[in-house]
Design a protein around this ligand. Structure first.
Ligand code: ADP
Length: 382
């Protein structure tokens, strides 16, 4: 029997930097599609790149499109996932089983420079139309959601964006998928570094992700009790600023403090600019200050660590799994609502809702950042 291709489908892709919660979202969007909406869900492999490659292979050829549909219909679920050639997989229950808490994304994520080209996006839109796709769900960070906005502007296809980035730099939502897990991982990391910092009376400078935002470092600082948080929002650090920070640590040591954990966000800049990682620049500046003539703790050691991609992986927290389910639910409601157009799911004051592309930053987010910093200072024992 020849397998039949669905009359209508919703496609989902994961793009840009991966974030924990992407798999939980995939499971939720597929299961809600199959159980509640009775609509097929097509998983796109490797983000926009999977669509671009498939569009190029089909290249407007009717027969190639028929063959592609046949391939998708005969390789559903896990059979599609293990097929190297197929970039579009019709998902079933079994294909999303056991993935909820796994970091990363089983469909793969990628960066795709060609997607900046309008002609390329037009080809992708023609492909989606040919595949009976009535809505595309794009899961990713700022760049991926910009690509989604352009698709929405350039077609009448419904394009639903889902914020997913550990950086928490999308200011229209209180939280993006992955943030809670990354904070959890950072707290775990600080706990490990504290052991050695205490034993050796050291200052540990740990560099976090977050792009231009300091929120990830702030949240991790508040949750872990790290002694100092250095974030980009106050502007570039000058030599005098670093001396002031070092003096603060030295002052705490004078009052009996034995160690310090310093979190520095990757978005922090220096004046004059520096090429090296922030943790290393700060290490040198602090060490130089501690070793100045007549200083009280000349043997105080500073050790840097750039935590990097460690922060992106690991088991997804329950909070992220719950947010993933809520975003998927909201996405399906938006897809089913014929009176509304494209948009992005957002968590605002504990309500998940669809907001239009280009929604301005929530002032509450900046207030929350400020409050976190203040609270961290007030909780300090220095
Ligand atoms: P993230 O989504 O994590 O912020 P990127 O900024 O790398 O990651 O963006 C991921 C992908 O989204 C890019 O590789 C590209 O395919 C697409 N994209 C980003 N910005 C644009 C843009 N201005 N126009 C079209 N596509 C874009």
């Amino acid at each position: 029997m020849i397998a039949s291709y669905p009359d209508q489908a919703v496609a989902v892709l994961f793009s840009g930097g991966d974030a924990p919660g992407m798999n939980a979202f995939l499971r939720a969007i597929v299961r809600l599609g199959l159980n509640r909406e009775k609509i097929a869900v097509l998983g796109i492999r490797d983000g926009y790149r999977g669509l671009v490659r498939t569009a190029r292979a089909v290249n407007g050829d009717t027969e190639a499109m028929v063959r592609l549909k046949q391939d998708i219909a005969t390789h559903t679920g896990r059979a599609g996932l293990i097929s190297e050639q197929l970039h579009i997989i019709q998902m079933d229950h079994a294909s999303v089983s056991g993935i909820m808490g796994k970091g990363g994304t089983i469909l793969g994520s990628a960066r795709c420079l060609e997607f900046h080209d309008k002609e390329v996006r037009a080809k992708v839109l023609r492909l989606l139309k040919g595949l009976n796709v009535r809505a595309l769900v794009v899961v990713g960070g700022d760049g991926s959601l910009t690509g989604a906005r352009l698709l929405a502007e350039e077609s009448d296809l419904k394009i639903i964006g889902i914020p997913a980035t550990i950086d928490n730099d999308l200011q229209f939502t209180d939280m993006a998928l992955g943030v809670d897990t990354a904070v959890n991982t950072l707290v775990w990391a600080v706990d490990h570094f504290i052991d050695t910092a205490r034993s050796h009376r050291r200052v540990m400078v740990l560099e976090t992700m977050g792009r231009a935002s300091g929120d990830l470092a702030r949240m991790a600082g508040l949750a872990s009790g790290a002694e100092m948080i250095i974030t980009p929002e106050k502007g570039p650090l000058k030599a005098a600023d670093m001396e002031r920070l070092a003096a603060k640590i030295e002052g705490a040591m004078t009052r009996g403090r034995g160690h310090a954990i310093v979190l520095v966000a990757e978005g922090v800049e220096f004046d004059p600019p520096q090429k090296r990682n922030r943790a290393y620049v700060l290490m040198d500046a602090f060490q130089q200050y501690f070793q100045r003539a007549g200083a009280p703790f000349q043997d105080l050691e500073v050790r840097p660590s750039v935590l990097g991609h460690l922060q992106r992986g690991g088991h997804t927290t329950p909070q992220d799994c719950i947010l993933a389910a809520r975003f998927a639910d909201c996405a399906w409601k938006a897809i089913g609502d014929t009176s509304s157009g494209s948009g992005i799911t957002a968590l605002r004051k504990n309500i998940v809702e669809i907001v239009p592309y280009g929604t301005p930053d929530m002032p509450e987010r900046a207030e929350f950042s400020h409050e976190m910093e203040q609270l961290h200072d007030d909780l300090s024992s220095w």
